[in-house]
Design a binder for this molecule. Structure first.
Ligand SMILES: [Zn+2]
Length: 302
């Protein structure tokens, strides 16, 4: 087979170089006309004042810069759309969690000397709660009830006397005691709460007749579905309260927890921080009972 002579390749190389130069020239001229008039003048003057190569380099640099910009912009756009998808997915995840797991901390029998500790803890963790206060205790600690409102908590009515023999003597007796507490609350915080927790819960205490009257008068009776059992005896160990809440909130999407911040409940402020942390770590969102979709009542209302 005959080997190709380098002499034969030379005209071909010349032709190639010539066509390349022509191509570059056409490219340069067409590029110049794509530029803004000031930039065109600038480049043309750089070609005429210095050498031709400087002008070509300037144009090449310009082109590379604009192409790099375009590539970078594409990357930014891609990245930002990826980020949007990520944020959207995160939002959906948060929404799912919110929908799925909600906790309502409720405290009965206050206000007492224990309540400020509870309020400090709730403030430190920035979580809201619902306080079912007793009218005669409100008279003793009006400033604590005012702080509940100022801190963004919900105040509910837990009757004035909390004395079972008095309030459950008749439907009218209950209403009278409830309204008395309502007046005390109105004079203290300017609110007449319609959300009520019956002392001891509705089961075995509130008759159907009483429940009917309360509903007709616009009251909302609210029991619970998690009992911290902090009133099992006069003073329950903090670890026991924690364990009860942890166990009873397992597999619950919505938990209304019963606590007591009445006189002498000194283990409550000890139990509360780990309970809040446990619930937070398990994805619970904290809300007040006025956001609860359907009141929990042990007795059948109809
Ligand atoms: Zn109570």
């Amino acid at each position: 087979m005959k080997k190709k002579s380098p002499i034969v390749g030379l005209p071909l190389m010349k032709l190639f170089l010539l066509s390349m130069s022509f191509f570059l020239l056409i490219q340069s001229v067409s590029y110049l006309y794509q530029l803004a008039p000031e930039r065109r003048t600038e480049i043309i003057s750089s070609i005429t004042t210095s050498s031709f190569s400087t002008g070509v380099v300037a144009m090449a640099e310009e082109r590379v810069a604009s192409e790099t910009d375009a590539i970078l912009w594409e990357e930014v756009e891609e990245e930002s759309s990826a980020l949007t998808i990520l944020i959207k997915e995160e939002d959906e995840l948060v929404e799912e969690t919110v929908e799925k797991k909600t906790v309502y901390l409720t405290f009965d029998d206050g206000p007492s000397s224990i309540t400020p500790f509870v309020l400090d803890i709730l403030q430190a963790y920035n979580v809201p709660a619902t306080f079912f206060v007793i009218g005669n205790q409100v008279e003793r600690y009006p400033e604590i009830v005012q702080r509940m409102v100022d801190d963004g908590h919900l105040v509910g009515n837990h009757t004035y006397s909390h004395r079972y023999r008095v309030i459950y003597a008749s439907p009218q007796a209950f209403i009278d005691d409830l309204v008395k507490s309502e007046e005390v609350l109105y004079n203290t915080i300017g609110i007449r709460p319609n959300i009520v927790r019956a002392p001891g819960g509705t089961q075995g205490n509130v008759s159907k007749a009483l429940a009917k009257i309360l509903v007709e008068q616009g009251y909302i009776l609210h029991d619970w579905n998690v009992d911290s059992r902090d009133s099992k005896t006069s003073l329950v160990p903090a670890a026991y309260i924690q364990k009860q809440v942890h166990m009873q909130t397992m597999n619950k999407k919505s938990a209304v927890i019963l606590f007591h911040d009445g006189v002498g409940k000194t283990t409550l402020p000890v139990a509360l921080p780990p309970i809040i942390e446990d619930l937070q770590s398990r994805g619970f969102t904290f809300k007040t009972l006025d956001e609860h979709p359907q009141p929990i009542t042990f007795i059948k209302m109809e």
